[in-house]
Design a protein around this ligand. Structure first.
Ligand SMILES: Nc1nc2c(c(=O)[nH]1)N(C=O)[C@@H](CNc1ccc(C(=O)N[C@@H](CCC(=O)O)C(=O)O)cc1)CN2
Ligand SMILES: Nc1ncnc2c1ncn2[C@@H]1O[C@H](COP(=O)(O)OP(=O)(O)OP(=O)(O)O)[C@@H](O)[C@H]1O
Length: 185
């Protein structure tokens, strides 16, 4: 089977699995806590965060906490397909505008991130991830070549995520239970 087809099947499986995992407030708090603690120890100043879509982990508490300790919080503007994401500066009082695929982004200035937090539908213990299928984060990581931290709930782990030639492995994955670190590849 080709990886694009396998990925489509896994996306369907993960959507069905998501329906069996209702909003987990404790998991949500633990995930944000783990992410913030890790980022606090890392030297990166401009951090590419993520504004939540329905059913995803909500990193807004991390955005606020990073802003409070003086880091620059950036959020992606979803570009037309086949283009890397553009990151714009977020502050608690910035105006958010609607973008493609139901996403929102701030009106702030365009800034290049030092590190990216990466959303995912599924991940495995090797650091492979599955996203919504736009290829946005793969394109953006291959463009920026900056460090990356995937984030997810522990229930999103699967044995093996199918990978193709463009998939960009993550450096770390943070969940509500674990912080996984992968060797440099
Ligand atoms: N919160 C968040 N922001 C993000 C992403 C993401 O995964 N999560 N992206 C990551 O690349 C980019 C946006 N890319 C996207 C590409 C496709 C779809 C999409 O096809 N959505 C389906 C619904 C999927 C579902 O609910 O399971 C749709 O609109 O029909 C959404 C976002 C940038 N911003
Ligand atoms: N750097 C790249 N250059 C050209 N095509 C790419 C690149 N990265 C990904 N693609 C293409 O984009 C499409 C979607 O990729 P994939 O299924 O891996 O998306 P995804 O990682 O699940 O989505 P996302 O990164 O948006 O969350 C694939 O057809 C893939 O070949």
């Amino acid at each position: 089977m080709n990886p694009d087809h396998e990925k489509r099947l896994l996306r369907e499986r993960m959507r069905a699995k998501r329906a069996t995992h209702p909003q987990d407030e404790a998991g949500q708090v633990a995930l944000c806590d783990n992410l913030f603690r890790l980022l606090h120890t890392l030297p990166y100043q401009s951090i590419g965060c993520v504004w939540p879509l329905a059913g995803e982990a909500d990193l807004r508490p991390v955005c606020h906490a990073l802003h409070q300790i003086g880091r620059r919080v950036l959020l992606p503007e979803t570009t037309p397909r086949a283009r890397p994401l553009v990151f714009r500066e977020w502050t608690p009082d910035v105006r958010m505008v609607s973008g493609l695929f139901g996403t929102s982004h701030p009106e702030g200035a365009v800034v290049v991130p030092d590190i990216l937090l990466v959303p995912l539908l599924a991940f495995d213990r090797r650091g492979a991830r599955l996203g919504y299928g736009g290829g946005y984060y793969d394109r953006t990581l291959s463009d920026l070549k900056c460090p990356s931290i995937g984030f997810a709930f522990a229930w999103q782990e699967v044995d093996v995520v199918p990978t193709g030639p463009y998939d960009w492995p993550l450096d770390r994955i943070v969940t509500d239970r674990d912080i996984l670190t992968f060797p440099a590849r």
